[in-house]
Design a binder for this molecule. Structure first.
Ligand SMILES: CC(C)(COP(=O)(O)OP(=O)(O)OC[C@H]1O[C@@H](n2cnc3c(N)ncnc32)[C@H](O)[C@@H]1OP(=O)(O)O)[C@@H](O)C(=O)NCCC(=O)NCCS
Length: 128
């Protein structure tokens, strides 16, 4: 199963009031890393893009600090007619820690095509 990688350095503007990584920022980066996997999957398909339909089973397992790196691993675990399910694992990296699992979630994207200015779901006719 192909793993798609994406990384972010945690900057001061990414922090919450406690000074650790804001959860909403983590989810936003996970969404981007899922979209990178979906972008690769939909190459040569009839879909214009895919939209985030659902986010399930999100778990924040470890805090992440300003100055840490977060390394995201995205894996497409299943596909339906229009849906694409992506597992995202976010690993914290510090000077001392090489890789510790900080956050996990399952994203569902839906393949869409623009028709009369509106994005509508389509059968992407692809599977993993
Ligand atoms: C994405 C969108 C076009 C899908 O259209 P829809 O008519 O709602 O589609 P459906 O409810 O039939 O669901 C489409 C697929 O998602 C799956 N699905 C729907 N709800 C789901 C859920 N809660 N969890 C997991 N999968 C779900 C369906 O089973 C279906 O899969 P399949 O085609 O592989 O069988 C529409 O819901 C939409 O525009 N949502 C807003 C998207 C958005 O703005 N996202 C945030 C920014 S990216």
């Amino acid at each position: 199963m192909t793993i798609i990688r994406y990384s972010q350095l945690v900057m001061p503007q990414d922090a919450n009031v406690l000074g650790t990584l804001f959860g909403g920022q983590m989810v936003s980066w996970m969404d981007i890393s899922a979209s990178k996997a979906v972008h690769r999957f939909l190459k040569d398909s009839e879909a214009d893009a895919a939209l985030t339909r659902a986010i399930d089973a999100i778990e924040f397992k470890e805090t992440v600090n300003v100055g840490d790196w977060v390394n995201f691993e995205a894996k497409i675990i299943s596909t339906g007619n229009s849906s694409i399910i992506i597992q995202i694992d976010a690993y914290r990296e510090t000077k001392a820690l090489e890789k510790t699992l900080a956050c996990t979630a399952k994203f569902t994207f839906v393949s869409v095509r623009k028709e009369n200015g509106i994005y509508k779901k389509i059968n992407h006719k692809k599977s993993i």
